[in-house]
Write a protein that binds this ligand. Sequence first.
Ligand code: ADP
Length: 500
Amino acid sequence: MSNLTVELTAPNGTKYSQPIGLFINNEWVPGTKGDKITSINPTDESEIASVHAAEPEDVDKAVAAARAAFKGPWRDMATSERGDLMMNLVQLIQKNRELLATIETWDNGKPYSVSLNEDLNEVTNTLKYYAGWADKIQGQVIDTSPAKLAYTIREPIGVCGQIIPWNYPLAMAAWKLGPAIATGNTVVLKAAEQTPLSILVFANLVKEAGFPPGVINILNGRGKVAGAAMALHPGIDKIAFTGSTATGKEIMKMAALTMKNITLETGGKSPLLVFDDADLEQAVKWSHLGIMSNQGQICTATSRILVQEGIYDKFIEAFKKCILETSKVGDPFKDDTYQGPQVTKAQYERVLSYVEAGKKDGATLAMGGEAYKDVGGKGFFVSPTVFTNVTDSMRIFREEVFGPFVVVVSFKTEEEALALANDTTYGLGSAVFTKDVVRAHRIARKIEAGMVWINSSQDCDYRIPFGGVKQSGIGRELGEAGLDAYTNKKAVHVNLGTWL
Ligand code: ADP
């Protein structure tokens, strides 16, 4: 056990015990082959810790534990008892929120104030919301004739494999665990290689909260090894995934072999439309938040800003000013930092490669577009980047960059704005700024996206469904819709009078 924990001191002085093993059946176990994943601090490129990486054999063990828990105590537990366990977990997370936020910031690079006030609130709010649902999962009685009683039972799907991304490690885990656990499923959850640490501390809280062994199993592991083993596993009934569209397609193919239920939340290139009649100051501020928060590493980031020609120049000027005033790049543990480093060297290089693509295709680099080296000379920092004079054939208009990187394009008419907005293989978020309430709702209907924000961007809520259309995903998370993703409706027919 002791060699499955390391003592760490975070950059803000927090000392804690970091588990590094695999969490299976409420126990810490080593990986079978000794493969390790090393977590790098994106702020100064130092190594934080190495954790055990699961092999397919380890996934087998986790699935067996989850199956036993499903058949054993969990599926048939009184629903209010399940809710109580979830509330115990919420309270423990609240008690440990500074520690969890510290680890999230150290490992991911997001500002500490964001980890603490946004991500950790998202985690507790989501789990609390689904804890409340646990004893309110109901079927229906369906009237056909007096000779038949027909009713439905909402049953858990079974053992769910959940594959998590690195941009909101704990929040994405909560989005998936909340509805799965509330509805009586058991889980094998795999964190992303880039951010393996916070979820292991979370795992200790799962045990402390009193969950029976095997209900929530947490692994680190490589996508192509442990992730693929989960997608292929015959003992897993459902895969829920958040990540890139390319990986989502791979998972869908693998899951097809055993016809697993799937939920996929993938990439986006979400448009934000600003009309001449918009409140310009509000449009600028929300546009900034919509692409520059969380280092631009948000799947719903409104990364294509479309501005009507009458206010285009004014918008650009005000937008650049807003970036200069707000997007303070720096050490994520400093209070005044708005933007920390990109999560990894690979992401940092990816963003910079799109700067080159934009220049090569003839767009105008209006701001940023370079590595930011003023934070101790190290780390994966990128200056907030704005391109103008962008056309719809350019890669920077079409491809997801996933960084503090935005293109601003002008349009003349509503029709043109909609055509540009929908000219994408993605369909995740979208936003429209106008004071014309009729136009706002007309656009909300016509835009091809899972979510539309009218006069805001990114203000998602755990009570409201989240998900994409087109190549941005399949299925919904959050809200009541999130429960559908984790239940099957069984129909029971009772013969009350059709006698043969
Ligand atoms: P990114 O490209 O931003 O790193 P990915 O979509 O590749 O994002 O990763 C998101 C999650 O999917 C991670 O947990 C990762 O380990 C996992 N993953 C990556 N490749 C695969 C795969 N082939 N099969 C299953 N899971 C995978």
